[in-house]
Design a protein around this ligand. Structure first.
Ligand code: F0G
Length: 543
């Protein structure tokens, strides 16, 4: 009998370890729902949604009421997490003190658990704290670049012209930013700074430009190429960063790597690349930071696809990844598994704190004026407790397998119907390629806006991240994004949807794809020339 049971155990084990096949599931989710939210509307209410979309929202997905979305709301994976029971329970224990609340110290401890012992605050006096809380990611970016602009300006040596040794294409890209007026505040010493990244997120880019600095993206050559075998397409271009630092290192106060690379399709960055960039930044004594929003998802890809990491735990991989950087900022609305929150964490004794000894003091002053004491930074004490618990869950192997497996199932279902997406899919979203979707059928400027609007009528919400979001309108001309990106992004909230929801979204996309020649373009009724225009504009369908 025990032999028979052993037989079945081994069969059951083989069964759950089978590769996923369309329409078949071998593993249950590693959680069950403990609370549900019923919809206020039916999937059948197409006309109601059309009226709201046209009359209330001006075809803009950001302005469409979420209570009227009966399908999948894939506008963002940010702040849309379903929190666990333990997170809700932890919130009841929140310490609502005005400063230095209990959650802050628990979070400090958790940060060393999650990111490694390098991240312990090394100093018992308060100016030595290395954890700064903010209400969300962009608030950190704003503070970081404001204060960095001030303190780094003191070290700066002015050079009127860009160095001749810069690679011509790179030089041209930097010059185009200067010529466009962005990042160039004449007479300001800040105008000299360049902040390179594998790819900055749009708010990071906006915050850098707002402080008169020049954001520059240096994605690796495989980025967006049709090379499905290269799994780390979020990597930074090693030759370009080396060339930039060799020639213009004095203009670069900080180098960034965004993990995963959201702007570039949610693609992961390899440890090999992080290490290589670290060697280069070390050579020039320049600090290296992560924009760490999706650090756990990035670690999952390293474990799965990078040589030498399959036997390591996610936490071990995260520790190694973070051992190479001098600081990081994070929107906790992603891999913090919470609905609101952000943080900046500095490594004691890292290049950043050594090079900019006035930074922490400057940041603390800034925070007290703008966000509140760094120990709560715009959050309630209870929020900090839920972040601590979120960090414990997000590195679980079973959670990440389910999460990233789900993204893959959506991606495979789309490609199964021939719908073009960035492949292989990244960790948090599927990016549908509008140029390929309409290839040879129709050339109109903003088809991603049309597809987004029609999907809202179908009952699902996605986000246009293409020629409208990233293009600009200047002097009567539409300037497309450079390099060109033209996507509609379906970002999947964490722990929120089941496959049946997401696969019904795929079927709605298929309806549009099958009849794509019937999809009308849009007129921009308002806001074409505004900054960050996709949040604010209004459109109408062309007849
Ligand atoms: N960095 C990255 C890589 C991001 O993806 C985001 C936000 C931020 C910074 C800013 O954080 O929203 O807390 O202020 N991304 C969301 C998205 C909004 O939909 O991709 P935040």
């Amino acid at each position: 009998m025990s032999e028979a049971i052993d037989f079945f155990i081994s069969k059951f084990r083989d069964n759950i370890n089978r590769e996923y096949e369309p329409g078949r599931y071998f593993r249950p989710r590693p959680y069950r729902n403990a609370s549900v939210r019923f919809r206020n509307c039916s999937i059948e209410d197409f006309e109601k949604r059309r009226d709201i979309l046209v009359n209330e929202a001006g075809l803009n997905a950001f302005m469409f009421r979420s209570d009227m979305i009966p399908g999948c709301d894939l506008l963002s994976d940010s702040g849309t997490t379903t929190m666990t029971m333990r997170q809700w329970a932890a919130m009841l224990l929140g310490d609502e003190a005005y400063g230095s609340n209990e959650g802050y110290f628990e979070l400090k401890n958790q940060i060393t658990e999650t990111f490694g012992k390098d991240w312990v605050s090394g100093n018992e006096n308060r100016s030595g704290e290395n954890l700064f809380i903010f209400h969300q990611g962009r608030a950190v970016e704003n503070a970081l670049f404001t204060v960095l602009g001030r303190v780094a300006a003191k070290n700066e040596t002015r050079q009127p012209k860009l160095a001749n040794g810069l690679m011509p294409a790179l030089k041209k890209r930097i010059e185009s930013k200067l010529l466009s007026g962005k990042g160039n505040t004449p007479g300001s010493c800040d105008s000299q700074f360049i902040i390179p990244s594998n790819s900055h997120f749009d708010t990071t880019q906006g915050n850098i430009e707002d402080k008169g600095m020049i954001p520059i993206n240096l994605p690796c050559p495989q980025h967006l190429a049709d090379d499905r075998d290269y799994r780390f397409r979020g990597d930074m271009d090693v030759d370009e960063i080396e060339n930039l630092l060799e020639n213009e290192g004095s203009r670069v106060p900080l180098v960034y790597i965004t993990i995963t690379n959201n702007t570039g399709g949610g693609q992961p960055v390899s440890i090999a690349n992080i290490k290589r960039i670290r060697e280069i930044t070390d050579r020039f004594n320049i600090p290296l930071f992560f924009d760490a929003c999706r650090f756990a998802e990035n670690a999952w890809f390293i474990k799965k696809y990078e040589k030498g990491y399959s036997d390591k735990s996610i936490t071990e991989i995260v520790h190694e990844m973070f051992s190479y950087v001098d600081g990081f900022h994070i929107s906790l609305k992603k891999d913090g598994l919470v609905n609101m929150g952000g943080a900046l964490v500095l490594k004691e004794g890292g290049i950043f704190t050594e090079k900019y000894p006035d930074f922490k003091g400057g940041l603390t002053d800034y925070q007290i004026m703008a966000e509140g004491h760094p120990t709560y930074g715009g959050l309630a004490g209870r929020d900090l407790k839920s972040i601590v618990e979120g960090f414990r869950v997000v590195v679980r192997q079973d959670y990440l397998d389910a999460r990233i497996g789900q993204i893959k199932r959506v991606a495979d279902s789309l490609t199964g119907y021939g719908i073009p997406i960035i492949e292989p899919a990244g960790g948090h979203a599927v990016y549908i390629d509008m140029d390929k979707f309409f290839d040879g059928i129709k050339i109109d400027d903003f088809m991603g806006v049309s597809v987004t609007a029609l999907l809202l009528i179908a009952g699902h919400r996605v986000c246009e991240l293409g020629t409208y979001a990233f293009g600009r309108y200047m002097d009567g001309n539409e300037i497309p994004p450079d390099p060109r990106v033209n996507f509609v992004r379906a970002a999947v909230p964490r722990l929120a949807y089941e496959d049946m929801d997401l696969l019904s979204f795929v079927e709605a996309v298929k309806v549009l794809y099958d009849h794509r020649e019937r999809i009308p373009g849009v007129n921009v009724e308002y806001g074409r020339d505004l900054p960050l225009r996709h949040f604010k504009s209004r459109f109408s369908f062309k007849k």
